[in-house]
Ligand binder design. Sequence first.
Ligand code: PMP
Length: 404
Amino acid sequence: MAEPSSKTEIFSHAARASFAAEASRELDVLRAAGLERRLRTIEGAQEPSVVIDGRRVLLFCSNNYLGLATHPEVVAAARRALDRFGASAASSRLISGHMRVHADVESAIAAWKGCADALVFSTGYQANVGAITALVGREDVVLSDELNHASIIDGCRLSRARVAIYKHNDVEDLIRRLEDSREARRALVVTESVFSMDGDRAPLGDLAAVAKQYGAWMMVDEAHAAGVFGPGGAGVVAEEGLSDAVDVHVGTLGKALGSFGAYVAGSRALIDLLVNRARSFIFTTALPPACAAAAQAAIEIVQREPHLGSALLARARTFGERLRASGLSVPHLDSHILPILIGSAPEAVATAARLLERGVYVAAIRPPTVPPGTSRLRLSLMATHGDADLAAAHDALVQCVARR
Ligand code: PMP
């Protein structure tokens, strides 16, 4: 190998130094605004209490809503799949990565959702990006709720369609924007069913009726509802009897279902189109076999034990009412996700730090995850939290949030 010339060495040294300086300047800006993020190491599994920095604390921000990530049947299914299929699919689905476990979990999802077919993606992020970009392009419009998840926002951006953001859950605003979109070849309305950072529910019946009236397609992301809401945990769309009114059903396997990955369900034509067009499906390694098998076991559990979700929702409502009665601002009691609005990002971080000191871990949610000025604590309840856990969290919240 040729020796680098001294000029190259000087140049690369200078470039590295200026990269580090630039990067730390960027971080300083984030830090000053209270927006710096840090990884926290959780020892052990996603259970009601975990060890962080050597201390056992209550966990109130995990999406392991039903405790299925550690359910013996789910873990055993993953273990069997590891033994039979190995640790990795080691290939993309269209090459050699489509294994028996993927075919099986897709059949199970389609039956569970009451859809003709389903396709598993490696993450929910990829499912949203892949579906939106496969369905709409330059001549089209996507109508997206202003509080939709980052993966929907990024899908909209990547699709090159015109993006019309309608006010949160505002059907009249959606109608106005559909009226302004008559020139578009296709219109796609996208919403979450239970919003990730607010925990409130979309007016799905009204949205679907409007979409139908304007000849628009309807896509619903049930990331936080799947497993918890609806018959056999099939989601809010199924609960409201809207399965046929929704063209594209999205959900994740990594939250209530305790595994990892995501799905899109719908008509056979939709799934065939995604297999051909969704770049985040085509150009990535297939879901690890153990994740597919774990998800399938979890789907069997929520179908067999639908009270798991309804019991969680009832407990969350009672807990939210107690917080309200103690003077905390909890905007919605619609789900197992209870936001406690704080306001500024630094204040949310300070409140979360006080809570952690008192033994309750709740992450502070800040921009860009939520709009500026609406930083919050996002509490998520798990079916595995005991009464004593809830009582301790209530007391800690009342003390820490009241001290603002
Ligand atoms: N959609 C919504 C509404 C979400 O909240 C999330 C994850 N937070 C996703 C999609 C992405 O799912 P995944 O974590 O599987 O990428």
